[in-house]
Design a protein around this ligand. Structure first.
Ligand code: UDP
Ligand code: MG
Length: 152
């Protein structure tokens, strides 16, 4: 399994509900490395680009309204297989179908208020990291306990 980076965002409902710490903790405890982190209220342009793949869907307008309605926590996480693993930590899109133990399974009920976003593959991850972050906002570093997580 190769080292990858993925884009994860806590949506405005997660921020408003005070779930930032809870969500960050799950990624930290799993053993992934935080490469970028910022809070911003996304512009409409950013939101429409981010969700561009859904622009013909009936929920698109409401989704863009929602995601631009307040602060979002944008993150880049790095690690072996992090793209698929982050999706597993996040859980199914419909929170009522998400397994208990996942973020959506534990913390959400409604598909339109499902707390968190995660890139769904390598191409999307690269596109979304580039869309949300400048390279100087990304931090390359080695955690001091790295050897206890990763074989060298
Ligand atoms: N969404 C929605 N209604 C739907 C389908 C999706 O509000 O019927 C929203 C929901 O917030 C979801 C996002 O659109 O997280 C993107 O949908 P996607 O299918 O890409 O789900 P995800 O990748 O977030 O699991
Ligand atoms: Mg998606």
């Amino acid at each position: 399994m190769s080292v990858e980076r993925t884009f994860v965002a806590i949506k405005p409902d997660g921020v408003q509900r005070g779930l930032i710490g809870e969500i960050l903790e799950r990624f930290e405890r799993k053993g992934f490395k935080l490469i970028g982190l910022k809070q911003l209220i996304p512009t409409r342009e950013l939101a429409e680009k981010h969700y561009g793949v859904h622009k013909e869907r009936p929920f698109f307008g409401g989704l863009v309204e929602f995601i631009t309605s307040g602060p979002v926590i944008a993150m880049v996480w790095e690690g072996d297989g992090v793209i698929i693993s982050a999706r597993k930590l996040i859980g199914a899109t419909k929170p009522l179908e998400a397994d208990p133990g996942t973020i959506r399974g534990d913390l959400a009920v409604n598909i339109g208020r499902n707390v968190i976003h995660g890139s769904d593959g390598p191409d999307t991850a690269a596109f979304e990291i580039d869309l949300w972050f400048n390279s100087i906002e990304l931090c390359d570093w080695t955690p001091s306990d790295q050897r206890w997580r990763v074989e060298s």
